[in-house]
Ligand binder design. Structure first.
Ligand code: KDG
Ligand code: MG
Length: 402
């Protein structure tokens, strides 16, 4: 069996997506996601110029060997561009293998470990009252877990506050828009949101919060401590993780569970955090961390230390990543939770898929492969539109972490 061709499809049905389609001499094809929000074309070039030429003629059944070829063979290892390109190939090859076996992907991974995948949705509002209402709407929709983010008085466009109901898309401008940040104001306000949420809805639902890399380790520890009475499911990206040791300080001071990893690319970014039990949930996902082949390695390491998975699932991860992640989640023994931001109807139409939502859970389908396709004719109707993530500055103009 041979790979005879491969192509990259760029489409913007409301937001940009980069998709790899690999064709074989047996008529079976596979689809992989390679989207990198705000930097899409870097991955397109990497795939078209440096990966696809090497794939032609290879045996698509040799998934592990092709993964190693693209990782070791590039000499230049790791990084968000390389690992997304590898992920796109890897997912397309798993799709092909599962279709050849006439099985849904989760069966090839080892079979079903659970019936449904608990997901969390994004509730947000411009202030506490609006966010409390938004959480109520998710509860009414049957969600068991909800991430809550609020605008903060005095901060321009605080992270996580959307512009429409159920949909939240931060990549909003042809050049990065400038948002604000003020740690003191956030530390004064965020705990009040969770106090109000518990007072209003009780303790039956899981509540989550994303610090989006904004706090220093000491500030993060302080926030974790202040949130303890409200029993969060997790506090995410509460401090930047380039220095994995930074989490020691946070961990020493709070029992609020910690989650990190949506911007990690390899097991090496998470190794110390996992081995030292500095986190509770690992957020790496299929598209950013080298596909199914590498994410499985990360999840297995995490399982040794009782760290559970909590894969990133924002709208910039295409339905191809979501579908694949759901097969992964259906199998992975140390599953924790799956993030689920709904795609728009336009996106769902471009990527026909067989997963579905019911009562706070997502369910992968039983179709052979990962169950997600691309309608190329429809995709062609939505040309690429440059769209950047915002940047953040403090009130004196200093650049901060968005
Ligand atoms: O592209 C950036 C988004 O994926 C990110 O801001 C979303 O932090 C995020 C989350 O937890 O979903
Ligand atoms: Mg996040």
């Amino acid at each position: 069996m041979k790979i005879i061709s491969a192509k990259v499809i760029v489409t913007c049905p409301g937001r940009n997506f980069v998709t790899l389609k690999i064709m074989t001499d047996q008529g079976v094809y596979g689809i992989g996601d390679a989207t990198m929000n705000g930097r899409e074309k870097a991955v397109v070039a990497y795939l078209e110029d440096h990966v696809i030429p090497c794939l032609i003629g290879m045996d698509p059944r040799r998934i592990e060997d092709i993964w190693q070829y693209l990782y070791r063979g590039a000499y230049w290892r790791r990084g968000p561009v390389t690992m997304r390109a590898i992920a796109a190939v890897d997912v397309a090859l798993w799709d092909i293998k599962a279709k050849m076996a006439n099985m849904p992907l989760y069966q090839l991974l080892g079979g079903r470990s659970r019936d449904g995948i608990m997901v969390y949705g994004h509730a947000n509002g411009s202030d506490i009252a609006e966010t409390v209402d938004a959480v109520g709407q998710y509860i009414d929709l049957g969600y068991k877990a909800i991430r809550a983010q609020t605008g903060v008085p005095g901060i321009k466009d605080a992270y996580g506050v959307g512009r429409g109901k159920l949909f939240y898309e931060p990549a909003d401008a042809a050049l990065p828009s400038v948002t604000g940040w003020d740690t003191r104001k956030a530390l004064n306000y965020v705990p009040k949101l969770f106090e109000k949420l518990r007072e209003t809805y009780g303790f039956d639902h899981h509540l989550l919060h994303d610090g989006h890399h904004r706090y220093t380790p000491q500030e993060a520890a302080n926030l974790g401590k202040m949130l303890e009475p409200y029993q969060l499911f997790w506090l995410e990206d509460v401090t930047p993780a380039e220095n994995q040791e930074a989490f020691k300080l946070v961990r020493q001071h709070t029992v609020t569970p910690l989650a990190v990893g949506e911007i990690f690319n390899t097991i090496w970014d998470a190794k110390d955090l996992i081995q030292n039990q500095l986190i509770d949930y690992i957020r790496c996902t299929i598209v950013s961390a080298g596909g199914v082949t590498h994410l499985r390695r990360i999840a297995d390491l995490a399982s040794l230390y009782q760290v559970r998975t909590g894969s990133h699932g924002a709208t910039d991860l295409s339905p191809v990543t979501m579908g694949t992640a759901l097969h992964f989640d259906t199998w992975v023994p140390n599953f924790g939770i799956q993030e689920y931001m709904r795609h728009t109807e336009e996106t769902d139409a471009v990527f026909p898929h067989d997963y579905h939502f019911a009562s706070g859970e997502l369910f992968c389908g039983e179709a052979p492969g990962h169950g997600v396709d691309i309608d190329e004719a429809l995709a062609a109707k939505y040309p690429y539109k440059p769209a950047y993530l915002p940047v953040a500055r403090l009130s004196d103009g200093t650049m901060w972490n968005w």
